[in-house]
Every structure is written in C-alpha cells, then in structure tokens.
Design a protein around this ligand. Structure first.
Ligand code: ATP
Ligand code: MG
Length: 433
C-alpha cells in the first residue's frame, strides 16, 4: 500500500461537527452585517504580489516573511495567496469605480487568508477572516459605527464578557513623521536593547517596534515617546469624536497609546478587541482608519476604514464560552424496506422537503431495527417508516423519536401537514390531528 498523503502543515480541515458550528456563525454574521447595511464583495484568492507589497507595506511581517508568493509557471506573473482582505477589496472598488459611480460603500468579505507563520493554537497558515470596509466616509461616525457593531456581534454570540476594547489614534502622516523622528532618536539611545527585528526596523518602520512581543524590550518600549502626544487639532478632534459616539452607545474602552497596527496603511483610529481566554493569540478583531491606502494603490485620495476578525480565534473563544454544541440534527430520518417502499420513500422524502423539512433518506438497506438505530443517533426529531405495505396503500408511519409515543400510520399525502403541526405547532388546514 502506498503512503497516505497528508494535508499541508498549518492548514486545517474543518470537519462536519465543527463546520456546522462555522455555518451557524456565518449565518449569524451575515444577518448582523445586513442589519448595518453592509454588502458582500468577493474577490479572488490570488492577486498580483505587487498589490500586497504596496497595500500592506514592505516593512511588515506579512510582506517580509509571511506571504505565499509564487511565479505563474505559464506567464511568469508574480502572484500571492492573499494574506488579508483589505488590499484586494480596495483594488476591486477602484478597478470597478464603485465609489465614484455609486457613492460611499459599506462592504464586507469573508474567506480564507494565507500567511506562512509558525502554526500554533489560534495561528494557522490558512485561516479565515470576516472583514468590513467602509470607503468614502471621513468619520468619526463611521469609525465608531464599526466598533459599535462589533459590540453587538459579541452580544449576539454571548461573548461580551470575554472581550475588551482597546483604541488609539495614529494621527496623520505629518504627526506620525514628527513622532517618528522623536521615536527614532529615543530608540537610538537604547540601541543596545533592540533585538534583531527592531534593529532592522529602526529606520524603516520604527512604529512597529512598539508592537514588539519581546519581553526584554517591554520596559524600554513602555517609556518611548507616545504618538498621542503628537496629535494636532484635527486628529485630536476626530479621536474625541469617535469617543463621544462610543460613550453615547455605552461602549467601554481603554486607550492604549502603544496600540499600532501591523499594517502600514492605518492612520487616525485604530482598535482591537482582545480576550484573555486564548493565551498569546489575544486579538480576535482588529481595525481602524486607512485614509492613505487608496492613493498608495494608485487611486485618487479616498477616506476609508474597516476591521477584520479571525474566525478561528472567535470559534475557539465561542466553544470555550458556550461549550461544544451538539450537531445540527435533521427533522426527519426516513427508513424504508422493500423495493416498492424504496421508490415510494424517495417521493415522500421530496414531498417533505417541499414542506421545508430537512430529511435524511436512509441509504444502504438493512433491517428496520438497524435503520431505526441510525435514525435515533442522527438526532432526528421524527422517524418516518415506509414498508411495502405502506407503499401499496400510499401511506407512511411516523414516530416521534425524542418524546416517545406510539408509531402512527397516516396517508402519505397528509404527512407534511401532520408533522408541521406536531413539530412546529403549525395549524393543519382542516384543523384535525
Ligand atoms: P497577530 O498580532 O495575532 O499576528 P495581526 O496583526 O497579524 O495579528 P491582522 O492582520 O490585523 O492580524 O488580522 C486580523 C485578525 O486576523 C487577527 O486579529 C486575528 O484574529 C486573525 N489572524 C491573523 N493572523 C492569523 C493567523 N495566522 N491564524 C489565525 N488567525 C489570524
Ligand atoms: Mg501577524
């Protein structure tokens, strides 16, 4: 026998028990986004590498070491599996001229992202994000809307007690430049404490050094010049505006002056929702304003802000808090025996689905008794039983599996209505049962 081929390291299968939970989550999320007027956009998983180099930033972890970049064997194009969703979303909006032709856009996307990182709990090489982008709004109302809508999602998921909000302002590019100068001067004074990454970033991207996870650098970084002290009038007013809206919505937050984003294109508002339940992988949702990105991608300047949440981390948190949910059972498990019964069963199962029931039709034959065992372990609410005798008289028997009770035999044509009345308290047309 040849050796089994395994999946790629850091890329996971999501098996049915878990995938059902994902679908529940995704349905909830889609409803939540619709309730705030956000519309879906789907972009390809592969983009030109240049999009991410320009859109994410050359001196970021993502571009420096995490991208799945490759050359198209046939035409030599430099391509990359998307490591995040914002750059592609903005590219699509610009390419199709959406904002100019339709006005400001509230958009969302969802799907797999790829980063070549060291796999660990809550950190995969293929992971999934839901991302929200608002293009063409100057804020601060829209910045606040994003944070407020997150808070509602946490409530809907029952997670509100397990996440907390940190915000900061990164100011404008001029303010960042002034802060940058002060920061570089400060870091130069502490050069002996800088690790290899920090040394390399000292002049290229010193802000990122504040984001370090190296414990040996914490104290030094703690005392570094704070960007908030460099904010000018407008940035300060914008940041105040966001906070006013948050207070209005009774959102509790903490200003974290060291909160910067891993991606280069952010300005003004940045925020993160963090949890203390997932160890080092604490951030479940992160976002903010990125007014500079559109221009960086070759468009006319356009204000923008957004956020992304890591679905794996949210699912981990969700099961931690709620426990593992049981599988989603079918309404009906249909058992049948005999040739005529088999053919009739197919018809009945389709009729029941017309009625809106989920139906598992037993396949593979076997004794009634064994089929009934399968019906029971499927978690179905009702077993419908069809033998050749029932098929002949166009009848069907059914049994409520969870409440016990006798098996009843009725005309198959009445089955849908009867079950609806029993399961969902829907009135039968003739009022009987
Ligand atoms: P981190 O500091 O954890 O590396 P990041 O700054 O790289 O996060 P973003 O690029 O802002 O993360 O992505 C937004 C969210 O996507 C994160 O908060 C996290 O929930 C999730 N995420 C990012 N990278 C991964 C990964 N490799 N595996 C699983 N989830 C991830
Ligand atoms: Mg990262």
């Amino acid at each position: 026998m040849s050796q089994l081929i395994q999946g790629v390291r850091g890329m996971h299968d999501i098996l049915p028990d878990e995938a059902e939970r994902w679908e529940l989550f995704e349905e909830l999320v889609r409803g939540w986004l619709r309730d705030y007027g956000y519309r879906p956009v789907r972009t390809p998983i592969v983009e030109l590498t240049q999009l991410f180099v320009r859109g994410v930033g050359e001196h970021t972890d993502i571009v420096e070491k995490e991208m799945y970049a490759f050359e198209d064997r046939l035409n030599g194009d430099h391509l990359t599996l998307r490591p995040e969703g914002t750059a592609a979303c903005v590219r699509a909006v610009l390419e199709h001229n959406l904002v100019n032709s339709e006005g400001p856009q509230r958009l969302y996307y969802q799907g797999p992202m790829f980063r070549h990182e060291r796999p660990q709990k809550g950190r995969q090489r293929q992971f999934h994000q839901v991302g929200v982008e608002a293009l063409g709004f100057t804020g601060p109302d829209i910045d606040a809307e994003h944070i407020i809508m997150c808070a509602r999602l946490w409530r809907d998921l029952g997670l509100e007690e397990h996440v907390s909000l940190e915000i900061n302002s990164l100011g404008s590019s001029d303010e960042r430049a002034a802060h940058r100068q002060a920061l570089i001067a400060y870091l130069e004074q502490h050069k002996d404490l800088l690790d290899e990454d920090a040394q390399r970033r000292l002049y290229a991207n010193p802000l990122r050094i504040l984001d370090t996870k190296n414990p040996a650098m914490q104290e030094m970084v703690e005392a570094a010049p704070k960007l908030t002290d460099f904010l000018g009038e407008e940035s300060r007013a914008h940041f105040e505006g966001v906070q006013d809206w948050l207070r209005e919505a009774s959102i509790v937050y903490r200003i974290n002056p060291r909160l910067v984003r891993g991606l280069d294109y952010y300005n003004r508002t940045v925020f993160e929702w963090v949890t203390d339940k997932l160890g080092a992988q604490a951030t479940v949702c992160a976002g903010g304003r990125y007014d500079g990105l559109v221009e960086q991608l070759g468009g006319k300047p356009m204000p923008a802000c957004g956020f992304a949440m890591g679905i794996e981390r949210l699912m981990l948190l969700w099961s931690e808090v709620q426990g593992d949910a049981a599988r989603v059972p079918p309404d009906v498990y249909l058992v049948h025996q005999g040739e005529a019964a088999g053919r009739f069963a197919v018809r009945v199962s389709e009729q029941l689905r017309d009625y809106g029931f989920s139906v598992v039709l037993h396949c593979g034959g076997g004794k009634f008794k064994n089929q009934m065992k399968k019906a029971d372990t499927s978690g179905a609410t009702v077993a419908v039983v069809i033998g050749d005798e029932e098929a002949q008289s166009e009848e069907a028997s059914f049994k409520l599996l969870r409440e016990g009770g006798e098996q009843r035999r009725i005309p198959a044509a009445q089955l849908g209505e009867t079950l609806a009345a029993l399961l969902y308290n829907v009135e039968e047309e003739d009022g009987s049962v």
